[in-house]
Design a protein around this ligand. Structure first.
Ligand code: SF4
Ligand code: SF4
Length: 189
């Protein structure tokens, strides 16, 4: 019998959504030792996989860790079993959104939404637009001003956005997304 919050076949659902085989993980901890954001996570990548193997669906979908993962792929390159945890985290985020679960890390969720909005609008990233909108939405207006100014002075952050010539091809990708089909997307965080 399943305990509250536990779905024993949840690992199969996530395996199918991510294209990974999470049961191969034997918890050697190599992924977490190399993860650049594990210090800010509650669990860290290998314990996310352990809870997944145990069917802890509700705890995982509400976890801030699945939103804090930066998708850098360091874990995938270190894993002796070739598990791509970034894809597992992506699948958990998508399953959580489709199930109406409030994201466990609101600012990271807002960053994701704005990132996609900028790419959908321009066909490419424009860092100044992304950071400006993020600061307004989150209220973190004064944070990271020093590093932002330094990058601007070095010409790393162009002020004026430019639309990609082939933007239609990019927008077609969004038309195929679950959000465009009405099965995922906007959530209060
Ligand atoms: S490196 Fe691979 S096998 Fe080791 S704990 Fe991480 S996911 Fe599991
Ligand atoms: S992909 Fe995510 S979990 Fe893996 S090392 Fe990068 S931030 Fe950590």
């Amino acid at each position: 019998m399943e305990s509250p919050g536990v779905t024993l076949d949840f690992v199969s659902v996530v395996d199918a959504a991510s294209g990974q085989e999470v049961s191969l993980c034997y918890h050697c901890h190599k992924c977490t030792s190399g993860c650049p954001v594990s210090a800010d996570m509650d669990l860290g990548p290998d314990r996310v996989l352990r809870l997944l193997q145990m069917g802890q669906r509700e705890r995982l979908l509400a976890s801030p860790d699945i939103w804090l993962c930066a998708g850098c792929e360091t874990c995938a390159t270190r894993c002796p079993n070739g598990i791509d945890i970034a894809r597992v985290m992506d699948a958990l985020r998508q399953i959580g959104l489709e199930a109406g679960v409030k994201p466990g890390e609101g600012d990271a969720y807002r960053f994701h939404r704005l990132f996609l909005l900028v790419v959908r609008t321009l066909g490419r990233m424009h860092e100044a637009a992304l950071l400006g909108a993020y600061k307004i939405w989150t209220g973190h207006v004064l944070s990271d001003l020093d590093s932002g100014a330094a990058l601007f002075v070095k010409g790393k952050i162009p002020l004026m956005p430019r639309r990609l010539t082939g933007i239609t091809a990019v927008q077609k990708l969004f038309d195929h997304s679950p959000e465009a089909k009405g099965s995922g997307g906007e959530r209060e965080a």
